[in-house]
Structures are given as C-alpha cells and as structure tokens.
Design a binder for this molecule. Structure first.
Ligand code: GRF
Length: 201
C-alpha cells in the first residue's frame, strides 16, 4: 500500500511510521508533503529517501488550488492512503473526494472530546482524569470523522499540558503506525450500513 504523509511540524509521527512499519506488511511511504518549508518532517523524509514536497499556501491563489496541486502530486505518486501526521491545515472537500475513506488523522485527545487546535491544553483546563489519542478517518469537519482506534492513559497527577503532551506522544507513535499497518493488511472496514462504525480485526 502506497502511503503519502502530510505534516506541518516536527514529524515525529512520520518518523514512527518510517521506523516501525515502512517496508513491512506492504507499507510503502512514497510521498511526504508539507505546508511549511521549515517543517522538520521534510528533513526526516529526505533522510529516509522519501520524495518530499512543499505546498505553501503563499505559492497558490488559494486553498482550493493548493489542495488540488497536492492531491495531483499524491495521485501521480499513486498514493492509496493519505496520513495526516500533525498536518495543521484543513483539507478542502474536493481533496477528500479524491481519496474517499483514504485519509486518516492522529489527534491527541479522546475524540469527540476536545477537537481542533489547543486540544491538550483544553483537556488539562477541563480537569480530565483520563486522556488519550485517536486515529480517525478525515471528513469535512474538524476531527469529526469515524474513529478507527483510540488509546488512553490516566492523566499523571499535577500534569500540565506540556507534560501530558509528552505522556501522550508514545501512544501516538504506537497507534498511528499500527493503524497504517492494519489498513495495509485489509483489517480496517467501515460498516456500509453505519459508516460511523469502523471494524478493526
Ligand atoms: C501530534 O500531537 C498530533 O496529534 C497533532 O500534531 C502533533 C504532531 O506531532 N495533530 P509530530 O509533528 O508528528 O511530531
């Protein structure tokens, strides 16, 4: 399964995929795209020999044109699954229509709690006792797509947002590659009668 990863920042989730599932079980990361030329994810891709490209909004008339170019590049690379790994932009519906049920995202809360940005800060401010991470399909909403997998931990006593983010990082690094591998082996199925329900076998 040919995988494209989109990332805006550090790319530690990209690295986890490259380190743990790349080249195994049919997973082949063949493209890394970013909206940020300075994203470390691009350097991680280069170091792994994966073609990488920047799609900066400033280089296009608008988001629709940027996302169309990005979708075109991913299609050229024959990408079958698009993984958002810290990609901090919304994708236009026309992009998603080109990869139906083929775009997934990792989010650092137990959705549907605390979608969007600043989510770990919101969870801490709310006083949650259990925290976790979610991998879900991407739809047109903000972190509203069907949930594929979640993993939870107790919030360490007295943890601030930075400490909780650190505690959640290993969960993301385990869950996201595991879901990519599961999709590659055909173990993830959306219930056609109830597309909110995703079966992972
Ligand atoms: C992760 O916490 C992810 O949940 C969120 O952005 C962060 C990306 O981290 N969407 P990295 O760039 O993969 O290190």
């Amino acid at each position: 399964m040919r995988v494209g990863v989109l990332a805006s920042g550090d790319g530690s989730n990209l690295q986890a995929i490259l380190d743990t599932v790349q080249g195994r079980g049919g997973v082949d990361v063949v493209a890394v795209g970013s909206d940020k030329p300075e994203a470390r994810a691009l350097r991680r891709a280069a170091a792994a020999g994966v073609p990488a490209r920047v799609f900066e909004l400033a280089g296009f008339p608008g988001r629709a044109a940027r996302d169309a170019a990005m979708a075109g590049w991913l299609e050229e690379r024959e990408v079958e699954l698009v993984v958002l790994a810290g990609y901090m932009q919304l994708l236009v519906p026309a992009f998603l229509a080109r990869f139906p049920h083929r775009v997934i995202n990792v989010h650092p809360t137990l959705l549907p709690a605390f979608p969007g940005i600043g989510s770990v800060e919101q969870a801490i401010a709310y006083g949650v006792k259990v925290a976790g991470v979610t991998v879900h399909f991407v739809d047109e909403g903000v972190d509203t797509g069907a949930i594929i997998a979640q993993k939870a931990i107790p919030v360490p006593e007295g943890a601030d947002a930075a400490a909780l983010r650190e505690a959640l990082r290993p969960l993301e690094h385990e869950l996201l590659p595991a879901v990519v591998a599961a999709i590659a082996r055909g173990a993830v199925a959306v219930d056609p009668g109830d597309p909110r329900h995703v079966r992972v076998t």
